[in-house]
Design a protein around this ligand. Structure first.
Ligand SMILES: [Zn+2]
Length: 139
């Protein structure tokens, strides 16, 4: 299955904008966006609205991954997967630019857009959004 460049680009742009979809029927927000609400199902057809999540949020919980389950993450361990609350919407994301021991629940984080994987054979570069701690100004 191949991606046309324009489709790939639209997906990159959507990730950059933290696009989610909100069900206008029940108010649930899905990230990544979905075409249907899993609660309202048929009632949500045509009622899913694209919304952009805030780029700052707080760590709800996190775990440190020492063994990479994906080839793409080999050589990057340990890394941190966190649940981040973005204005009431909880998403799962990678944390970047930090050491696992520096992270605390409740810390403020902000979205950063990064190259995350390079597909050697086809030369396809993948981009994604991860989050990094907002550094407090030392006084
Ligand atoms: Zn719904």
């Amino acid at each position: 299955m191949g991606f046309s460049p324009s489709r790939e680009w639209r997906e990159i742009a959507a990730r950059y904008r933290l696009e989610a979809s909100r069900c206008e029927s029940c108010g649930r927000v899905y990230y990544p966006p979905r075409g249907l609400c899993s609660v309202c199902r048929r009632k949500s057809i045509g009622a899913m609205k694209t919304v952009n999540l805030p780029r700052r949020g707080k760590i709800v919980t996190y775990s440190v991954i020492h063994t990479a389950p994906l080839k793409a993450f080999e050589g990057r361990t340990p890394y941190v997967v966190a649940i981040v609350d973005l204005g009431g919407v909880k998403i799962q994301t990678l944390l970047t630019d930090c050491e696992p021991e520096d992270i605390k629940i409740g810390d403020e984080v902000e979205a950063v857009f990064r190259r995350i994987k390079e597909d050697g054979e086809r030369g396809v570069i993948h981009y994604g959004t991860s989050f990094r701690p907002v550094r407090k100004v030392e006084t």
